[in-house]
Ligand binder design. Structure first.
Ligand SMILES: NC(=O)c1ccc[n+]([C@@H]2O[C@H](COP(=O)([O-])OP(=O)(O)OC[C@H]3O[C@@H](n4cnc5c(N)ncnc54)[C@H](O)[C@@H]3O)[C@@H](O)[C@H]2O)c1
Length: 399
């Protein structure tokens, strides 16, 4: 079995490497020559525990080779980015260009799988594109969609052990794709059609977004009602069938903050709650920024000087260094831009940042008049509260 993986990023590289470690002859293709050179030298260009060992091993054995161009194989996997455009509409141009790149190499009985998170109908659209350009292959190759649901930081384990949903454009395609994944996945493989599989990935992330929006909405109501939201949620969760998530300063990252828009943009009239949840989670970040700015104005009125403000955390969730789509970074940028105060920026998981001069978290806490807790990083939990500080706790550091 020989497989070509198109795209060697956070998902494509670990999947290609794990497949190679299970006996598949893998050609990893990326348009970025630096990525290709790094991998061929047995190294990696992304941060992911355990990945360096697997890649080094399979590159040395010759079972993973990185290239700039695809070549003939039995299976082709599309693992390229699917961002959204400025108007929140999905951009599937990378999927299309990767598909066009493999077109000349497709032959009878080959398997073509999309793993990129994609809007509903993308797999059928790509099937149409393939039939249009290679009509002689119609009905003679297998086409499926299989979304990825691994957690960054635990990818190598989850790639092998998570259940997966596999949706072909017909039953034969689903079966052929299932046999492919059986080679390296120990989790259960659940068969369906391509549309349901596409929607399943979007549903998983939208479900998280909606549940977080509920917690975030509660936090704003509780503040208005002068109720401690952390206590409120803890008590409500004592109900045997209630399980409310924790509020935060918004929702970030490249999945939960992005994928729901793929549903909203195609089903605008129907996707009311999904759209409101996205807006609520985005609004929560502005709400937090406004609270910090208002506290600064109050401080100045009271003490007749600008306060020193500490923005604690930049990452999009606790204990990681990933700042993509991060609400904490957005809030910090607004506070820096819109107040005259000295703003101390803290992110213990990042050494340097292009925009912000980063400060040690303990030093920042000591120096600040106003402390805005933006991310619930573990080291923050050990800081003892000083009575003279104005603390705005948006993520439950003090709960
Ligand atoms: N990162 C995650 O945690 C995660 C989880 C689940 C699903 N996904 C989805 O998986 C897909 C890939 O995400 P990622 O995080 O690996 O992206 P990434 O940006 O880390 O990597 C994508 C790679 O594809 C390459 N590329 C772009 N166009 C190409 C082309 N035409 N041919 C070959 N290579 C090309 C890029 O150079 C890049 O190295 C996306 O749809 C994403 O939504 C990501």
């Amino acid at each position: 079995m020989k497989a070509v993986f198109m795209g060697l990023g956070y998902i494509g590289l670990p999947t290609a490497a794990v497949a190679a470690s299970k006996g598949i002859d893998v050609i990893g293709v990326d348009i970025n020559p630096d990525v290709v050179n790094t991998i061929n030298s047995g190294k990696i260009h992304i941060v992911e525990p355990e990945l360096d060992k697997v890649v080094k091993d399979v590159v040395e054995k010759g079972s993973l080779k990185a290239k700039l161009q695809p070549e003939e194989a039995d299976a082709f996997l599309i693992v390229v980015p699917t961002p959204f455009r400025q108007n929140h509409r999905p951009d599937i141009s990378y999927v299309e260009s990767a598909t066009r790149a493999v077109l000349p190499y497709l032959k009878e009985n080959d398997l073509y799988i999309i793993e990129s998170t994609s809007p509903v109908h993308t797999t059928e659209k790509m099937a149409d594109l393939i039939w249009k350009e290679r009509p002689e292959l119609k009905g003679k190759i297998y086409i499926a969609y299989c979304p990825e649901r691994v957690l960054p930081g635990n990818v190598i384990y989850e790639l092998e052990h998570n259940d997966r949903v596999i949706g072909g454009i017909n039953t034969e395609s689903t079966e052929k794709a299932t046999v492919f994944y059986q080679q390296f996945v120990k989790g259960k493989l659940h068969p369906t059609n391509s549309r349901t599989a596409e929607m399943c990935k979007l549903t998983e992330n939208s479900s998280r977004d909606v549940q977080i929006a509920f917690a975030n909405e509660l936090s704003m109501i509780a503040e208005k009602a002068n109720i401690n939201v952390w206590e409120l949620i803890e008590l409500a969760n004592k109900h045997p069938r209630v399980n409310i998530l924790q509020p935060g300063c918004g929702v970030g990252g490249h999945c939960i903050a992005v994928d729901p828009w793929f549903i909203v943009s195609d089903y605008t009239e129907q996707a009311q709650i999904i759209k409101r949840a996205r807006e609520t989670n985005d609004y929560k970040s502005d709400w937090c920024a406004n609270k910090v700015l208002e506290a600064a104005v109050e401080f100045e009125k009271k003490y007749d000087r600008e306060p020193v403000i500490a923005c604690m955390g930049l990452a999009f969730k606790p204990d990681i260094d990933d700042l993509r789509e991060s609400p904490a970074k957005y809030i910090t940028s607004r506070v820096v831009a819109e107040s005259n105060a000295e703003v101390l920026v803290v992110e213990p998981n990042v050494h340097t940042h292009t925009t912000f001069a980063l400060m040690d978290y303990k030093e920042a806490y000591t120096k600040a008049d106003i402390v805005a807790w933006l991310v619930r990083h573990k080291p923050f939990l050990a800081i003892a509260k000083e009575e003279n500080k104005i603390e705005l706790d948006f993520c439950g550091v003090r709960k």
